[in-house]
Design a protein around this ligand. Structure first.
Ligand SMILES: *[C@@H]1O[C@H](CO)[C@@H](O)[C@H](O)[C@H]1NC(C)=O
Ligand SMILES: *[C@@H]1O[C@H](CO)[C@@H](O)[C@H](O)[C@H]1NC(C)=O
Ligand SMILES: *[C@@H]1O[C@H](CO)[C@@H](O)[C@H](O)[C@H]1NC(C)=O
Ligand SMILES: *[C@@H]1O[C@H](CO)[C@@H](O)[C@H](O)[C@H]1NC(C)=O
Length: 493
């Protein structure tokens, strides 16, 4: 504890003095490119963008990893101990509360909120800090000793949400990978830091079988949020420190690297570029499907999103996801002759083609979507390839993987879309599925699920599914693995 407190004081001092000397530039309205304000400001780590790595991890693109890349140790340490982790947690918890307060909860109902415990309601940061964020491989004995101290602090932003939910009359259910023998100490720990009441504290199982309606589900791991009975909405809290496959087994997570030297967060904000809203947090919320149904980006984030999209961070993030996708494909050992039924599903806009020239002229998402002017742009056939996706596409074609484009573009745009695809290098495909009349007005997830279902009925095996929207990737028949490309400019439900 003492070390983390010292370290926090040190940060506070640094940040305060930096503010005092107006070190951080204010954002102006112009969106002309200088360099990305997304945080890397270039390449702090040779050959690897730790921001991209974190993006990949937090969006469930990079999975089954055992340790943080060694070269990202500093970055993760700075992120976790700096203000950006707290801001991101705040953004997600605020969004969760907006959702809960929109539901007119009745005080005596059976509406439940499911919270994970570690890194969601309780924080083990003191443990990780004391252990240099994992200077040695994960040691279950040692971690359990820590758990049995009952000294885990609350994640303050989650505690706030918890208190508000309790006031609304929502039932609290904790579902954790901690084991039964840790029940007493976990209860004591929860109470000691302010979680005074709950309905259930359980090992993972289907709470809905007990008659609850799960209105929300908060966790730091995607394994908390995917699967069945996930609730009305999910909220993904940040955790770039470890990956858990199966929560029930739990705690066999690995660890992390050497000591961290704390200066200030290298996550990019270094403080508050934009008063009242952290655009990094907003983007984090959007990309993790925690902030949904938005119409435009916050006005204050126009600059940030513009710089991100035009700067190299967007390209690096796209590369990280496409690289990960190809690494995955290689593990499948596709034999060229056996691959007849194997397909890869690509979305089009902001996945294989980029409409950045259009959005650059229209405020990067700060303007409300104008179907008329966007369709005029589509009909020019001048969309660019997203270069990183084009590379993946070419590798897949070489492996004889069948290509299926599945897009929300409409049938009347077929010819121009085909021409546009070919003109930028997508020369062949098996199917180009556009939105027909019977799907007009239907949500994208429903339309795309139905199309993928047909593909599977026809005998295709979807080995991968790539899109920039969660509505490309959720629903049914999603394929063996999904890949979420960045898109902080617009939301399609
Ligand atoms: C909640 O109540 C408000 C005001 O009575 C109403 O406008 C809104 O539609 C209700 N929302 C839901 C989800 O029932
Ligand atoms: C794991 O932690 C325990 C308790 O701190 C210690 O006795 C043991 O030597 C550690 N094991 C390894 C492999 O470091
Ligand atoms: C692919 O081949 C490697 C090496 O031969 C093997 O270890 C791996 O299990 C195979 N993967 C699949 C999915 O068959
Ligand atoms: C939408 O775009 C069209 C075509 O560019 C333009 O005429 C129209 O005024 C725009 N609508 C709005 C609400 O801006």
């Amino acid at each position: 504890m003492s070390r983390i407190m010292l370290v926090s004081l040190f940060v506070a001092t640094l940040v305060a003095s930096a503010y005092g000397s107006s070190y951080y530039p204010l954002i102006t309205n112009e969106i002309h490119l200088i360099r990305p304000k997304s945080g890397s400001g270039g390449t702090p780590v040779n050959g690897l963008s730790c921001l991209s790595w974190r993006f990949g991890v937090e969006t469930n693109n990079i999975i089954n990893w055992k340790t943080v890349p060694l070269s990202c140790e500093d970055y993760i340490g700075h992120y976790m101990l700096g203000s950006q982790y707290r801001k991101d947690s705040k953004t997600i918890n605020k969004e969760a509360f907006f959702h809960a307060s929109s539901l007119n909860i009745s005080k005596n109902g059976n509406d439940a909120w499911v919270f994970d415990i570690d890194e969601t309601t309780l924080s083990n940061l003191p443990y990780y800090a004391e252990n240099g964020f994992g200077a040695v491989p994960y040691n279950a004995t040692k971690f359990n000793e820590w758990v049995f101290t009952g000294n885990a602090p609350a994640l303050p932003e989650s505690l706030k949400l918890y208190n508000k939910l309790v006031n609304l009359g929502v039932k609290i259910v904790f579902i954790t990978g901690r084991t039964e023998d840790q029940r007493d100490v976990t209860e004591a720990n929860l109470k000691a830091v302010g979680y005074n009441t709950w309905d259930r504290l359980v090992l993972k199982k289907k709470v809905e079988e007990d008659g609850y309606r799960i209105i929300g589900n908060s966790g730091d791991q995607w394994s908390d949020l995917l699967g069945t009975n996930i609730g009305l909405r999910t909220f993904k809290l940040p955790d770039p420190m470890y990956y858990i496959v199966a929560k029930v087994k739990g705690l066999d997570f690995p660890v992390i690297s050497n000591q961290i030297h704390l200066l200030r967060p290298q996550s990019g904000s270094g403080g508050g570029h934009v008063k009242g809203v952290s655009c990094l947090s907003w983007r984090y919320g959007v990309e993790t499907n925690s902030i949904i149904n938005w119409k435009t980006i916050p006005v204050a984030c126009e600059d940030y999103v513009g710089h991100y999209m035009l700067g190299d961070q967007y390209r690096k993030d796209s590369k990280a996801i496409n690289d990960e996708a190809f690494l995955y494909v290689k593990t499948l050992n596709l034999s060229k002759n056996a691959a007849n039924d194997v397909v890869w599903v690509f979305d089009i806009d902001e996945t294989t083609l980029s409409n950045l020239p259009y959005y650059a002229q229209h405020g990067f998402g700060v303007e409300r979507f104008n179907a008329t002017s966007f369709n005029e742009w589509v009909f020019t056939g001048k969309a660019l390839a997203l270069p990183e996706s084009l590379k993946l596409y070419k590798k897949l074609v070489r492996l004889k993987v069948k290509i299926v484009f599945l897009t929300g573009r409409t049938e009347d745009q077929r010819t121009v879309t085909e021409t546009n695809l070919r003109s930028v290098g997508y020369n062949s495909w098996d199917k180009l599925l556009l939105k027909g009349k019977n799907f007009v007005g239907k949500p994208a997830a429903e339309y795309k699920s139905a199309q993928r279902k047909i593909l599977e009925k026809e005998g295709y095996k979807i080995i991968g599914n790539m899109g920039d929207q969660w509505s490309d990737l959720l629903g049914t028949n999603i394929g063996l693995r999904t890949f979420k490309l960045p898109d902080p400019m617009y939301y399609i439900s």
